[in-house]
Design a protein around this ligand. Structure first.
Ligand code: MN
Length: 316
């Protein structure tokens, strides 16, 4: 399969690269690394996303060239769909992306059923960034400093700073190689994790007041409401990383973050430690993800949702 992808890259001239809505470091770092590689190979390559790039990822090399225009499929030979288990995850542009003659999916979600013929899928990989590193090594590609910076950022963020169980020997070896190639761990971490606007910390202060812990069940949850965002002037992207806070407590094996997305609509993000599988819980509500990190959307009032989720946790 990897050979077929390399062949498609060699014969293609015009490439579109996209990833899922609600962009994260893995999606963006992977897109930008791949775009840079294709440009270095003399190809035309465009990164197109539905959503705007969150502020703390705008330092990534090439981020300023990302477009958010409608996709004209006739302009491309090959479309790369990164970090998505389903094509629909790219958002409103999905139908047009589907009309690009050759699609290639590179992804590490457990729930990926394989929506196109050409794909590089490995649920054991820490990140799509790690898979692209593998692909580029296989291609014997020259990985410039900009490529290394983007791939390092992708792996760093999807492993929660090399802490999740998805961090394997290969992951750290890839990260080590990327540092050798020019990625600066301190500079990248500072830009991603230590460049927040004051509103983010003010939002966190409110959200921490919603913390609920059940030490018997080993679960903890927090809630971000629209009201919190209004009060602090923060935006949705500033909730990034909040989910990692409840799991810092000893004995808490499942961390949950409810984020209000509408009057009676919530997104539930789940993180777990060790072998505790939260993908199963998310799947019961029509979501998906990985064993230690998953998400779903649930409608209803918050208290009802919470008791339904609690029931699901007890049953899985
Ligand atoms: Mn990912």
């Amino acid at each position: 399969m990897i050979k077929d992808i390399i062949a498609a890259v060699a014969s293609g001239k015009r490439f579109l690269i996209t990833a899922h809505v609600r962009l994260d470091g893995d999606a963006l770092g992977s897109e930008l690394a791949l775009c840079r590689l294709l440009s270095d190979l003399g190809k035309e390559a465009v990164v197109c996303n539905q959503d705007a790039t969150p502020g703390h990822y705008r330092f990534l090399p090439g981020a300023e060239r990302i477009v958010h225009d409608p996709v004209r499929p006739e302009l491309y030979d090959v479309g790369f769909v990164l970090d998505c288990s389903e094509l629909e995850r790219v958002g409103e542009i999905a139908a047009d992306v589907a009309r690009i003659p050759t699609l290639i999916n590179i992804d590490h979600h457990v729930s990926n059923g394989g929506f196109c013929a050409l794909r590089l899928l490995d649920p054991k990989a820490s990140s799509t960034g790690e898979l692209l590193y593998r692909l580029m090594r296989e291609m014997r590609a020259v990985m410039t400093g900009d490529i290394c910076t983007n791939l390092y950022a992708a792996i760093l963020t999807d492993t929660g700073g090399f802490r999740y169980s998805s961090t394997r020997q290969e992951t750290l070896r890839a990260a080590g190689d990327l540092v050798k190639g020019g990625a600066d761990p301190q500079w990248i971490s500072e830009n991603i994790y230590e460049s927040d606007p004051p509103a983010k910390l003010q939002l966190l202060a409110r959200v921490l007041e919603t913390l609920e812990m059940d030490l018997d069940l080993g679960i903890a949850s927090m809630t971000v409401t629209e009201e919190h965002l209004r009060q602090t002037g923060a935006s949705m992207e500033h909730t990034d990383g909040f989910i990692d806070i409840p799991r810092t407590v000893k004995g808490i094996n499942i961390a949950m973050l409810y984020t209000q997305t509408g009057a009676k609509q919530f997104k539930l993000s789940l993180r777990s430690k060790g072998r505790v599988n939260v993908e199963k819980i998310a799947r019961r509500f029509g979501g998906g993800g990985h064993i230690n990190a998953a998400a779903c959307r649930i409608e209803g009032d918050l208290e009802t949702i919470k008791s339904r989720v609690l029931q699901a946790v007890k049953e899985t």
